[in-house]
Write a protein that binds this ligand. Structure first.
Ligand code: SF4
Length: 99
C-alpha cells in the first residue's frame, strides 16, 4: 500500500455531490447538508446563505439568511411573520421596505 493513501473523511465533511450547482466555489468545510441548503436557495440568495453558513457575514445578514430559509425565501412571509416566540423575530429583515 502506498504511503500516499489518505484516511477516509469523516461522514458529512466535504462530501458534496461532486458537482456544486452554485456559481460559487464549493467549500469542503461545509457539510453535505449545508451544501444542499445552498444549492436549494434561489440564485440571488446563494451567496448570502453560503456566507451565513460559513460564519463569514454580519449577524444582521445571518438573521436575514435564517429568515429566508425559514420561509423558503418568501419575503412577504418574513414581513408578516407572527411567530413572536422566535428569538430573532424582533430582528427579522424586510420590516420597513413594504411594497
Ligand atoms: S422571525 Fe419568523 S421568519 Fe424569521 S426565523 Fe423567526 S419564525 Fe422564521
Amino acid at each position: 500500500m502506498s504511503a500516499e493513501t489518505t484516511a477516509p473523511r469523516p461522514t458529512g465533511i466535504g462530501e458534496g455531490r461532486g458537482e456544486c450547482q452554485t456559481t460559487l466555489k464549493c467549500d469542503s468545510r461545509l457539510t453535505t447538508a449545508q451544501q444542499e441548503v445552498i444549492q436549494q436557495a434561489p440564485p440571488k440568495y446563494r451567496k448570502l446563505v453560503r456566507q451565513a453558513l460559513q460564519g463569514a457575514t454580519s449577524p444582521r445578514r445571518a438573521i436575514q439568511a435564517n429568515c429566508l430559509t425559514c420561509t423558503h425565501y418568501d419575503v412577504a412571509q418574513i414581513r408578516e411573520c407572527v411567530v413572536l416566540r422566535c428569538t430573532v423575530h424582533a430582528y427579522r429583515p424586510y420590516q420597513r421596505d413594504k411594497v
